[in-house]
Design a protein. Structure first.
Length: 193
């Protein structure tokens, strides 16, 4: 099975990029052999329609399953129409996300997880267009719905023990530290060029 995972860099040890349309890389993985191919997401800098362009790239690669953190309605529609199974809520490394999916720990979704245009102008004061294109997609946010957009009701969160929550938060802190190091490394690479 051919799986595409959104990633911060182009390898199996990269962190899952929580964004779909404006993710840094797509990592295409053969779930049987774990052989992979990575490609930068050319839609990342698109002034609009990044989700649709990214979805078309994934469809053109013959992907069976897409794994990401979140997905918007337009990309969801393109992928669904092409028969691509969509899995959201992924975290950790690309390899871990593929393993979690193979082990049934990540499940497919039948709805988008963010509102339209949620990735536009998402962070650091860039983007003054109310999420409609003024920000050029340069934010580092996690594609939260714009406040003016109606939000879908949230599924109730299962009660957790203090130990489970502590473990989850510790894992999250470790992942964020790794992502920060990858960002710093990439900044250093870009400054040298």
């Amino acid at each position: 099975m051919k799986i595409c995972v959104t990633a911060t860099v182009g390898d199996l040890n990269a962190q899952v990029d929580p964004r779909f349309g404006r993710c840094q890389y797509f990592v295409f993985v053969d779930s049987d052999t774990m052989a992979f191919e990575a490609m930068p997401n050319e839609a990342i800098a698109a002034p609009g329609g990044a989700g649709i362009q990214a979805a078309q790239t994934v469809v053109n690669k013959g992907v069976d399953v897409l794994i990401s953190g979140n997905i918007g309605p337009n990309a969801f529609q393109v992928l669904s129409a092409a028969g691509v199974k969509i899995v959201t809520g992924a975290y950790g490394t690309v390899k871990e996300a593929v393993e979690m999916y193979k082990n049934g720990k990540l499940s497919e979704t039948d709805v988008s997880t963010v509102s339209a245009h949620a990735g536009m102008g998402g962070g650091f004061g860039m983007g003054k267009g109310g999420g409609r294109g003024g920000g050029r997609g340069m934010g580092f946010g996690t594609q939260q719905p714009m406040p003016s957009q109606p939000q879908a009701p949230q599924a109730p969160i299962a009660p957790r023990t203090k130990e489970e929550e502590l473990e989850q938060l510790s894992d999250m802190a470790s992942r964020l530290a790794k992502e920060l190091e990858e960002v710093k490394k990439r900044i250093g690479e870009l400054k040298r060029v």
